[in-house]
Design a protein around this ligand. Structure first.
Ligand code: KIV
Length: 288
């Protein structure tokens, strides 16, 4: 299996090869993804939705990202592990951003961090990358700004907003980001930005003009039905398979089909007979 690094992303763009990424939040799933051809996994703050059941990502903490990030990093040998910086862990200043990016690298053992925003976080990206920490930027529909957007809405449909996204893409590249996620941006705009940038673009809901793609893994496996965005393609019905397995287990436990002898450990019959014959009395009970 080929070892991927952040440099692999740039090399793949240069060769015209598409980059595959999925989100990942735990060790077992990380092992499976690491054994596939996936180039990178993102421990996204979307864990706030799919793992913790929040309505948005705003309540996710540094501790959450480090716990989930470390479990994924322990499972990945070949795949690049990018860990999201949660809301308010980098917006205040370049110093705050650098300190928290450093914690993610040291405590979660990530290969890179990701943060949301364009021009307004260029200073933070510069400070982090200057310290030798690779940064993936994230522009377009940035979920941590859901309240400013008034909902999870497509960004860049008007000339003015499209220009702003182009400027943001150029700004994060200039600041030193090794790649940039473009979320919910129209297809042609993603294709254009991918042409003018030297760094790879990773699209989500932005069509195949991007240099790579990312999806939330529970969405593409059909495991999360609270809300399924239009851009998700379902690659498997794992949710249905899990529900059927849970129902089968429930039925077998109640009808005593499970566990059968093959699923346990036996004791010599004679030892058991002896124990039964002698009986074991609880002293405190026998006094009453
Ligand atoms: O948090 C996340 O999962 C993300 C991806 C959707 C890009 O930021």
């Amino acid at each position: 299996m080929k070892k991927n690094t952040v440099a692999t992303f740039g090399e793949m763009k240069a060769k015209g090869e598409k980059i595959s990424m999925l989100t990942c939040y735990d060790y077992s799933t990380a092992r499976l993804m690491d054994n596939s051809g996936i180039n990178g996994v993102l421990v996204g703050d979307s864990l706030g939705n799919v793992m913790l059941g929040y309505e948005d990502t705003l309540s996710v903490t540094m501790e959450d990202m480090i716990t989930y990030g470390a479990s994924v990093a322990r499972g990945c040998k070949n795949t690049v592990v990018v860990v999201d910086m949660p809301f308010m862990s980098y917006q205040i200043s370049a110093e705050q951003a650098l300190a928290n990016a450093g914690r993610i690298m040291k405590e979660a053992r990530a290969n890179a961090v990701k943060l949301e925003g364009g021009k307004e976080v260029a200073g933070q990206i510069k400070a982090i990358t200057k310290a030798g920490i690779p940064v993936m930027a994230h522009i377009g529909m940035t979920p941590q700004s859901v309240n400013a957007f008034g909902g999870f809405k497509v960004q860049g449909k008007t000339e003015e907003t499209a220009r702003r996204i182009i400027e943001d893409a150029l700004a994060v590249q200039e600041a030193g980001a090794f790649a940039v996620v473009l979320e919910c941006v129209p297809f042609d705009l993603v294709a254009y930005i991918s042409e003018i940038l030297a760094i790879p673009t990773i699209g989500i809901g932005g069509g195949n003009g991007a240099d790579g793609q990312i999806l939330v893994y529970q969405d593409m496996l059909g495991m999360f039905s609270d809300y399924v965005p239009k851009f998700v393609k379902k690659y498997a019905g794992i949710g249905e398979i899990m529900t059927k397995a849970f129902d089968d287990y429930d039925r077998e436990v109640k009808s005593q089909i499970f566990p059968s002898r093959e699923h346990g450990f036996m004791i010599d019959k004679e030892i058991m007979n002896k124990l039964r014959k002698q009986g074991v009395r609880d002293e405190s009970c026998s006094k009453n």
